[in-house]
Structure formats: structure tokens, C-alpha cells
Write a protein that binds this ligand. Structure first.
Ligand SMILES: Nc1ncnc2c1ncn2[C@@H]1O[C@H](COP(=O)(O)OP(=O)(O)OP(=O)(O)O)[C@@H](O)[C@H]1O
Ligand SMILES: [Mg+2]
Length: 122
């Protein structure tokens, strides 16, 4: 298993989420974060104005997926998050040792495989 961590523009979240849903990605975690890349934040635009601040608001999306889904998921995220302007974000991929579904005690890759949707709230 791998964890995909994507730091994206907040306004691209819905498209990124939709793209991952289409792949049947079984879950994700989303956090509000601040950060900077190569330009240290200074040359990026924020809400239409040139913002003289070093940390800009971004969204972090984390999803643990089976190995066979990593490339497609990264491609989906990049495609949905890109505007072509600086500050579009970054994607990092990490190895994951183990995954456990707390309710059932299941372990391993099966817990992050594509499954039939169980509906909202599951
Ligand atoms: N090396 C890094 N380590 C951890 N987080 C990073 C790193 N680089 C960028 N980030 C995170 O990604 C966000 C977006 O980075 P950004 O898109 O500006 O990267 P970049 O490499 O400067 O690319 P670009 O030249 O397109 O702006 C940052 O605000 C920060 O949260
Ligand atoms: Mg940058």
C-alpha cells in the first residue's frame, strides 16, 4: 500500500475528490494547511491580489491506496489540481506498513481496495 499526500489549491478540492471517487478510492482525509514552495509564497496570487506573505492556505488530501491504483490516483489528482500557474501544489507518495479497519479488525490491502459504495456516512 501507498499513501498519496497531495497539497493542492483549496478551490481544486472538489474536482480532486470527484476524480478520486471515479477511481473507486475507498477513503481520504482532508486538512486545512498553510505552506510555501520554491517561491516562499511571495510571488503567488491570493484572492486576486499579490500577497506578501510567506505561508499560503492550501488543502492537504491524504489517501491510502493499493499499489495497483497509485499511478492512476496520482494522475487523477494532478489532472484535477493543475491550473498551470505557480503554486498548483505537490504530490508525495509514501510506503504504508499496515491498514486496519477498526470496526471489523480487518487488516491489509483489502481494507483499501475499491469496493461498492456503501453510501454516505459509511
Ligand atoms: N518540499 C516540500 N515539502 C513539503 N511540502 C511542500 C514542499 N514543497 C511544497 N510543499 C507544499 O506544497 C504547497 C504548494 O507548493 P508549490 O506548488 O508552490 O510548489 P513549488 O515547488 O514551488 O511549485 P511551483 O513552482 O509550481 O509553485 C506549499 O504551500 C507547501 O504546503
Ligand atoms: Mg511555488
Amino acid at each position: 500500500m501507498r499513501k498519496i499526500e497531495a497539497i493542492i489549491r483549496p478551490e481544486r478540492l472538489q474536482d480532486v475528490q470527484d476524480a478520486l471517487d471515479e477511481l473507486g478510492v475507498s477513503g481520504l482525509t482532508v486538512s486545512d494547511v498553510v505552506g510555501c514552495g520554491r517561491q516562499k509564497g511571495y510571488t503567488e496570487q491570493y484572492r486576486g491580489a499579490r500577497a506578501n506573505i510567506s505561508l499560503l492556505p492550501k488543502i492537504k488530501v491524504e489517501s491510502v491506496v493499493p499499489p495497483g491504483v497509485v499511478d492512476a490516483a496520482v494522475e487523477a489528482i494532478v489532472g484535477a489540481a493543475r491550473t498551470g500557474e505557480i503554486g498548483d501544489g505537490r504530490v508525495f507518495v509514501y510506503p504504508v506498513e499496515q491498514a486496519i479497519r477498526i470496526r471489523t479488525g480487518e487488516h491489509g490491502e483489502d481494507t483499501v481496495m475499491h469496493e461498492e459504495a456503501e453510501g454516505w456516512g459509511h
